[in-house]
Every structure is written in structure tokens, then in C-alpha cells.
Design a protein around this ligand. Structure first.
Ligand SMILES: CC(C)(COP(=O)(O)OP(=O)(O)OC[C@H]1O[C@@H](n2cnc3c(N)ncnc32)[C@H](O)[C@@H]1OP(=O)(O)O)[C@@H](O)C(=O)NCCC(=O)NCCS
Length: 180
């Protein structure tokens, strides 16, 4: 199965809203996605495949001063645990580095152990908490932070992750040119 990484465009807008509903329970509306497409400070990426009619993964990052705010990360429920979440996170971090941003930050539900484990693999650490941040159930948000995006060490880490993730995707039968 082939895999392509590209910015979200109008062509995929309705499909992105559907994936958001499936994977995130409807976090952003159609007009929310449209705003992101139109914003020069937003990097909204999707992974698609010829063989799947919805995007397989979505990721979004806002460039604010020298920070990358990761605002969205989701993989289609039928395609989780194949390395695609890592691939999208890596793509966002690479985009942040290209934009000369120095830090990456995000909020995650305190109960979302899967996402927390994923972010930890990429060097995110907890720096604080927003108590009762999520209105649906009053859950706390953890604030995660990743420094050093412009360092030589980070460039080396990116190269290692690219190789590891490419191998992981290949094991799940994704033929991809995303990171080549
Ligand atoms: C979080 C999410 C994006 C991960 O995507 P994924 O494609 O399944 O993740 P990957 O296959 O790339 O796995 C990456 C790492 O995440 C962690 N992970 C993923 N699924 C896991 C699970 N079921 N249990 C424990 N850890 C898990 C592991 O550390 C894994 O690395 P490993 O495979 O080397 O063990 C996906 O589960 C998702 O879309 N969840 C719903 C939306 C969401 O919670 N988004 C994050 C909001 S902050």
C-alpha cells in the first residue's frame, strides 16, 4: 500500500473532518479545518493512500514565535499501531525545524497513555499541568515540552528516527517515499 504525506487541501477537507470524528470524537469543525488551511502559521498535514478513501493520519502544528504548538495528531482507528502516528509526529517536528522553531509543546489528556508514550519516544517531557482543562469530563491536561529543535543533536536524532520509522512502516506493508 502506498503512502503519501502532504498538506491538507480543500479536496480532502470533508474526509479530514470525518477522520477527526472517528479518531478524536469531533475535535475541529469543517470551518476550523478551513481556517487552518488558510493560516500561514499553521502546518496541517495528512497521510493518504490510494487504497483508503479517508486520510490515514492527520497532524497539525502552529508556529508561534519560536515555538511549535502541536495541536492535532490522529491516526485512523483501523490503521493504528503500524508506525503511522510516529511518522506524522516526525513530519511535524521536521516541519518545525524547517521553520527555524526552537521548541515544541503540546497538551495531552492525563489518561492518554498511548499518546504520552509516543511523545516520550521523541523526547517530550512533562513541564506542567492544566487542571480540569477538558470540559467534557473535567480531566487535567499535561503540558509536554521538547527543546533543542535547532541543535545538531536533534538533526542526528531525526535521521535515526526517519530510518526506524521507514523500517516500521515497511514491516506493516506501507511502501512510502515520505521520508526519503
Ligand atoms: C496516539 C496515536 C496518534 C498513536 O498512533 P499510532 O499510529 O497507533 O502509533 P504508532 O504505531 O506510531 O506507535 C507509536 C508509539 O506509541 C505508543 N503506542 C501506540 N499504541 C499504543 C498502545 N495501544 N499501547 C501502548 N502504547 C502505544 C508506543 O510507544 C508506540 O511505539 P512502539 O510501537 O515502538 O511501541 C493514535 O493512537 C490515535 O490517533 N489516538 C486517538 C487520538 C489521540 O489520542 N491523539 C493524541 C492527542 S494528544
Amino acid at each position: 500500500m502506498n503512502l503519501e504525506l502532504h498538506p491538507l487541501t480543500d479536496r480532502w477537507l470533508d474526509a479530514a473532518v470525518e477522520l477527526d470524528r472517528l479518531a478524536l470524537g469531533g475535535m475541529w469543525t469543517r470551518s476550523g479545518y478551513q481556517r487552518e488551511i488558510d493560516s500561514p502559521n499553521s502546518e496541517l498535514l495528512i497521510l493518504t493512500s490510494d487504497s483508503v478513501n479517508l486520510p490515514i493520519a492527520l497532524g497539525c502544528m502552529w508556529a508561534i514565535l519560536d515555538e511549535a504548538h502541536i495541536t492535532l495528531l490522529a491516526v485512523h482507528p483501523d490503521y493504528q499501531r503500524q508506525g503511522l502516528g510516529q511518522a506524522m509526529l516526525l513530519a511535524l517536528l521536521m516541519a518545525a525545524r524547517r521553520r527555524n522553531l526552537s521548541w515544541a509543546t503540546l497538551e495531552v489528556r492525563a489518561s492518554n497513555q498511548v499518546a504520552i508514550a509516543l511523545y516520550a519516544k521523541f523526547g517530550f517531557t512533562e513541564v506542567g499541568k492544566r487542571p480540569k482543562y477538558y470540559p467534557d469530563n473535567g480531566e487535567d491536561a499535561l503540558i509536554l515540552w521538547r527543546r533543542g529543535l535547532q541543535s545538531d543533536e536533534f538533526a542526528q536524532e531525526l535521521a535515526v528516527w526517519k530510518q526506524q520509522i521507514s523500517d516500521r512502516l515497511a514491516r506493516s506493508n506501507w511502501s512510502q517515499t515520505v521520508f526519503s
